[in-house]
Every structure is written in structure tokens, then in C-alpha cells.
Write a protein that binds this ligand. Structure first.
Ligand code: NAD
Length: 247
């Protein structure tokens, strides 16, 4: 059987790298999407993966641009034949209390975290339905489930991702296409290392497991959801948060 092709947005980031490596280990052709402004960094990242034994392709594409996604992904589909697995993992934060939030903080976060999910899924979706197989995994956040002070923009975008998941799961259900959300809690990456030390310690103090999660723990759940044997799981929101939020 031919190897499946997986596209991972935010693929060169902290969580994205672990997902790319895991899917590559599982025998898939993996393409990591990065921002076009990060060309140099992406090339260095790719060389680093190669040195570690991972052969991962890279694709520069601004996921917040519908035109760019449509053009690049139509081309990718004709080059690759199919994209079987899509992991929507690109994301940014622009934290501000709502009192201090400016238009750019709101729109940038909605565009990169939520509108990107439309922009990237739209050009790939019809082919998944026609092929009778597809896996879409949206990387949301615990803060989309419970809200977070200073993150009205991010919480709205991440909650919106799961609304999209549930609607799309119904549209793909009879066609072999599953759509799920993975909601990480606090994971050790550059995003969480940037949090001030005392605040980070307070966050860890509030996590029942007393630690942040690892990127590999997120990648493991994604790897399971994209397998054939997970074909009956759709529209789910998998929390991976050390007990921080239970529903
Ligand atoms: P990261 O900053 O390391 O990676 C995010 C990636 O998104 C970057 O590599 C960047 O290239 C890419 N990106 C940003 N804007 C883009 C654009 N316009 N076009 C294309 N690519 C763009 O972050 P991370 O910690 O690895 O987070 C990955 C995902 O997981 C994000 O969606 C984040 O919201 C989510 N998440 C992270 C945590 C955490 O604790 N780190 C917790 C919950 C959810």
C-alpha cells in the first residue's frame, strides 16, 4: 500500500515538529507548512530533521491567506495525488486583557488560528471525500474549552475550531473522513517558555499532574487519530492537559 501523505501546518514549531516526526516514524510522507517569512529557519529545521533521520518536506504558505492556500494546495494536490491527513496546528497568541485589546490583536489571532482552518481545509476537503478516506485533526487548546483571562481572542478562535470540527465531522461521516480536535493544556515549548517564570510556576501549581505536558504526548494522540483503526472516532475533542480541565 502507498504511504499516506500528511500535511502539518505549524509543522516547524514546537508541537508541530513532534507531530511531523511521529507521523514520519509511522511511515507517512510528511510535509511541514511554515510561514513564508521563515524560509531560512525552515531550511535549517529541515536539515536538522534530516540529520536526525527524518525526511520531511517543507512548504512556505501563509495560512491566514485564503488566496495563497488555494493556489499552493491545488498545486500540492496535483503534485502529490492526494493529501490524506491534515493537521491544523499553526497558531499564535497576542494576549491582552479585553480592556487593552486592539483590533490587530483580535484579527491576527482569529486569522491565524481559526480562519486558517477554513483556508487550509477548503482546498483539500473535496478530494478527501472523493477518495473515501481522510483525517483532519485540529489543534485547539484547553483555553478554548474553559476560557482564559487575557485571551478573549485566542479562546474564541480555539473554541471556534471545535465548532468547525463537529460540523465537518458530520459532513465527512459517511465518506471515511474523520475530523477531530486535540486540546492541549500547557505543553513545554517556546510558547510556554516565554511565560514569565513566576506565572509559569503558578500555572504548574494548578495542574493536578504538577508538570507541563510534552510535545510527544500531543503527537501520540494525533498519530492515533489518523490511523485506520481510529476510523470510528469523529467530532471528538481530546483533552491532553494533565487534569487541568475535566468535562
Ligand atoms: P509554535 O509557536 O512553536 O508553533 C506555531 C507555528 O505556527 C510556528 O512554527 C509558525 O511558523 C506557525 N505559524 C504562525 N503563523 C503562521 C502563518 N500565518 N502561516 C503559516 N504558519 C504560521 O507553537 P506551539 O507551542 O508548537 O503550538 C502549536 C499549536 O498548539 C498552536 O495552534 C497553539 O495554539 C497550540 N497549543 C499550544 C500549547 C502550548 O502549551 N504550547 C497549548 C495549547 C495549544
Amino acid at each position: 500500500m502507498n504511504a499516506k501523505t500528511a500535511l502539518v501546518t505549524g509543522g516547524i514549531g514546537g508541537i508541530g515538529t513532534a507531530i511531523c516526526r511521529r507521523l514520519s516514524n509511522d511511515g507517512m510522507n510528511v510535509i511541514a507548512v511554515h510561514h513564508p517569512m521563515e524560509n531560512e529557519h525552515a531550511a535549517a529545521w529541515q536539515a536538522e530533521q534530516k540529520a536526525a533521520g527524518y525526511d520531511i518536506a517543507i512548504l512556505g504558505m501563509d495560512v491566514s491567506s485564503p488566496e495563497e492556500c488555494s493556489t499552493r494546495l491545488s498545486q500540492l494536490l496535483s503534485d502529490e495525488g492526494s493529501v490524506d491527513i491534515l493537521v491544523n496546528c499553526a497558531g499564535i497568541t497576542r494576549d491582552k486583557s479585553f480592556k487593552r485589546m486592539e483590533d490587530d490583536h483580535w484579527y491576527d489571532v482569529i486569522n491565524v488560528n481559526l480562519n486558517s482552518v477554513y483556508n487550509v481545509t477548503r482546498p483539500l476537503w473535496d478530494a478527501m471525500l472523493e477518495n473515501g478516506f481522510g483525517r483532519v485533526v485540529n489543534i485547539s487548546s484547553v483555553n478554548g474549552q474553559r476560557g482564559q483571562f487575557g485571551q478573549a481572542n485566542y479562546s474564541a478562535a480555539k473554541a471556534g475550531m471545535h465548532g468547525f470540527t463537529m460540523a465537518m465531522a458530520q459532513e465527512g461521516a459517511t465518506k471515511g473522513v474523520t475530523v477531530n480536535t486535540v486540546s492541549p493544556g500547557y505543553i513545554s515549548t517556546a510558547m510556554t517558555e516565554a511565560i514569565r517564570d513566576d506565572i509559569r510556576e503558578a500555572i504548574i501549581g494548578g495542574i493536578p499532574m504538577g508538570r507541563m505536558g510534552t510535545t510527544e504526548e500531543i503527537a501520540g494522540a494525533v498519530a492515533y487519530l489518523v490511523e485506520e483503526e481510529a476510523g470510528y472516532i469523529t467530532g471528538a475533542n481530546i483533552p491532553i492537559n494533565g487534569g487541568l480541565y475535566m468535562s
